[in-house]
Design a protein around this ligand. Structure first.
Ligand SMILES: Nc1ncnc2c1ncn2[C@@H]1O[C@H](COP(=O)(O)OP(=O)(O)O)[C@@H](O)[C@H]1O
Ligand SMILES: [Mg+2]
Length: 333
């Protein structure tokens, strides 16, 4: 076997993948070369992904990236055209009842029966799992809806409805939680409430989670690892710092030039990693290794060349900047 030249490379890359994908543990979810096409739309186009036990993973991407299609295949609601999905080492086929008991799911849209009260909705779902009523109270506490237990679902706010949907997913103490856009359309306060519930949950339980979102702050705040999807493919993956450092530039300087920006002569500066000029907004964006090294040079060049600099701001790179540098588009248009 050892005279096969590829053998060692395969072996090394396998060990490396095990170490770097899914927190180095035996993956609890394995997605291998999964494809799903709808006629000529390549919704999911060859995705490989391992998720480790206890890992919180964000699937981040714009509308239409393929997040829901991928998550629904993991949930067993859609079948891949090709490729394989294993959960705790098992395929869906033949293991439906067992896998359903392990999963907590909240879909992108949840419709409740208007004339059921909040607590009755949880009681109904608890009965499907044959759970003790005390579990309903524990979950009502967890999703902070105790004072709304007698309210009809039709009278709940958007944030309260999303918390109720999350409560249904948490009822059976799932070992795997799959949440599709749990905070989309919510105001910042309601979003923060859902984040707090999930952070509490992360501290107290040993649950694996996949959460889809197009909010970069949500991915950055909640998740250990971020997978960025676009047009059905994974275009970047890693921890937040790892992703933001991948071009060795994590700091950004922006300003409005008082003349032709090329005249500033910044190209070739050792701290400059990349730059762009938005002619519409007359805005220069510099991706730099260190703001403190760059600023004195920028000011000196501005004085030497007579090109003024207005509205200068310095900030850390964000996932949105990374997405723009990878695709030329913004995450949320
Ligand atoms: N049932 C379907 N029939 C046809 N096209 C679909 C269907 N479901 C999803 N798509 C298409 O697949 C692509 C990915 O969709 P989706 O997985 O919902 O993306 P996301 O959740 O990232 O917004 C989109 O172009 C969408 O229009
Ligand atoms: Mg979706």
């Amino acid at each position: 076997m050892c005279d096969r030249p590829g053998y060692y490379i395969e072996k090394i890359s396998f060990i490396w993948m095990r170490k770097n994908d899914g927190l180095g543990k035996e993956p609890i979810i394995q997605i291998r070369q999964v494809r799903k096409y709808f006629k000529d739309v390549r919704a999911v186009d060859g995705v490989d992904l391992n998720i480790g036990e206890g890992e919180f993973l964000a699937l981040l991407g714009p509308n239409g990236a393929g997040k829901t299609t991928l998550v629904e295949m993991v949930e067993g609601l859609q079948k891949p055209d090709s490729g394989e999905i294993l959960i705790t080492g098992l395929p869906w086929k033949g293991n439906e009842v067992h896998l359903r008991s392990q999963l907590g799911i909240s879909l992108q849209e949840t419709r409740f029966i208007d004339k059921l009260r909040t607590r009755e909705v949880l009681e109904l779902f608890a009965s499907f799992h044959r759970l003790d009523p005390s579990r309903v109270d524990a979950v009502m506490d967890m999703i902070r809806l105790k004072e709304k237990r007698r309210a009809y679902t039709v009278n709940l706010s958007g944030g309260q409805r999303q918390r109720l949907a999350l409560g249904i997913a948490l009822l059976n103490e799932p070992s795997i939680l799959l949440l599709d856009e749990p905070t989309t359309g919510l105001d910042p306060n309601s979003r923060r409430e859902i984040w707090d519930i999930l952070m509490d949950f992360k501290r107290n339980q040993h649950t694996t989670m996949i959460l889809t979102t197009h909010y970069m702050e949500e991915a950055a705040t909640l998740c250990d690892r971020i997978v960025i999807m676009d047009h059905g493919r994974i275009i970047a993956r890693g921890g937040l710092d790892e992703l933001l450092n991948q071009n060795h530039s994590e700091e950004i300087i922006e300003f409005f030039p008082g003349g032709e920006p090329g005249k500033l002569g910044l190209e070739g500066m050792p701290w400059l990693k990349n730059y762009s000029f938005d002619t519409g907004r007359n805005k220069v964006t510099l991706y730099v290794t260190a703001i403190l090294e760059a600023l004195p040079d920028i000011i000196k060049q501005s004085e030497n060349c007579g090109v003024g600099i207005g509205g200068l701001t310095c900030r850390r790179m964000t996932l949105d900047d990374l997405f723009i540098s990878l695709t030329g588009r913004r995450l949320v248009e």
